[in-house]
Design a protein around this ligand. Structure first.
Ligand SMILES: Cc1cc2nc3c(=O)[nH]c(=O)nc-3n(C[C@H](O)[C@H](O)[C@H](O)COP(=O)(O)OP(=O)(O)OC[C@H]3O[C@@H](n4cnc5c(N)ncnc54)[C@H](O)[C@@H]3O)c2cc1C
Length: 107
């Protein structure tokens, strides 16, 4: 592929386009490290998921304890999954806690 990268796509042959596509698809970006704690975006670890009822987020060990978000041992890839989890689990835990109190503190 000796044409300049500024060549119009319409000026390339199928072979050249395929060669260019193969180069792009095989581009490798080795991870050289992480940016450290100050740049961290999500926290792994936390309260064990199996100790919480997924339908209510109530603790199976401590009646009246509800958990949501990153305090639980769950984290997702970048792309909104962590915020989505934080909001949806927060809503579920809050509703469950309110119901728990309304029913006199019984799960
Ligand atoms: C820089 C950055 C970028 C991010 N980008 C994305 C993204 O693009 N998409 C995505 O999905 N996720 C992203 N995340 C992750 C996402 O923001 C978190 O997963 C989410 O906010 C966790 O919500 P949370 O309510 O569990 O915890 P937090 O948002 O950490 O809330 C916990 C709250 O508790 C308070 N608190 C702590 N201790 C106490 C205490 N003793 N008493 C009272 N209050 C206390 C804290 O002040 C805080 O307000 C990003 C995170 C960071 C740091």
């Amino acid at each position: 592929m000796d044409k300049k990268l500024s060549a119009a796509a319409s000026a390339l042959t199928d072979t050249e386009i395929n060669a260019l596509a193969a180069k792009i698809k095989s581009l490798s970006l080795p991870v050289s490290g992480v940016c450290g704690w100050r740049e961290a975006q999500v926290m792994a670890g936390g309260l064990a998921l199996e100790q919480f009822d997924p339908a209510t987020l109530a603790s199976r060990l401590a009646p009246g304890l509800f958990a949501a978000g990153e305090v639980l041992d769950i984290c997702g890839a970048c792309g909104g999954y962590n915020l989505s989890w934080a909001w949806s689990s927060g809503r579920l835990a809050a509703h469950s806690a309110a119901r728990y109190l309304k029913e006199g503190g019984h799960a």
